[in-house]
Design a protein around this ligand. Structure first.
Ligand code: CDP
Ligand code: MG
Length: 141
């Protein structure tokens, strides 16, 4: 296994419900290291560009509306097998189908408000980290 980096986002519903600490604790407990983090509010244009792959999907506008509804916490994670490990800790997209103990099972409200985003592959992880962070902001440790 290799040391990888991936992008994680605490979505607006989870920030609003004060679950930042609970979510980051699960990521750290899984052995992932936070190497950059910031809170921000996406504009509709930014949210649309971030989720560009989903532009033709029926849930796209709802997704953009949700992701711009309040501040998010964005973090870059580093660790062994970080991309798959983060997806494992997140759980399935639909919180109702997510395994017990996963972030989405514990903190997700529904398939839209599912608490977190996580990159799904090496190429998207690289692009998504660059979407939010300059290389100089990544504190590898
Ligand atoms: O986030 P993940 O990679 O697990 O799922 P996705 O298929 O890439 O979808 C991106 C996001 O769109 C999800 O996390 C949901 O917030 C939203 N979504 C939705 O609102 N309704 C769906 N039927 C599927 C996804
Ligand atoms: Mg995805």
């Amino acid at each position: 296994m290799a040391i990888e980096r991936t992008l994680s986002i605490v979505k607006p519903s989870a920030v609003k419900d004060n679950h930042i600490g609970g979510i980051l604790a699960k990521l750290e407990a899984a052995g992932l290291r936070i190497i950059a983090a910031k809170m921000l509010r996406l504009t509709p244009t930014q949210a649309g560009n971030f989720y560009d792959v989903h532009r033709a999907r029926p849930f796209f506008q709802e997704l953009v509306d949700f992701m711009t509804s309040g501040p998010i916490l964005v973090q870059a994670l580093e660790g062994e097998n970080a991309i798959a490990k983060n997806r494992d800790v997140m759980g399935a997209t639909d919180p109702a189908k997510a395994a017990p103990g996963t972030i989405r099972a514990e903190f997700g409200n529904n398939i839209s408000e599912n608490a977190v985003h996580g990159s799904d592959a090496a190429d998207t992880a690289t692009a998504e980290i660059a979407f939010f962070f300059a290389t100089s902001e990544l504190c590898s440790r």
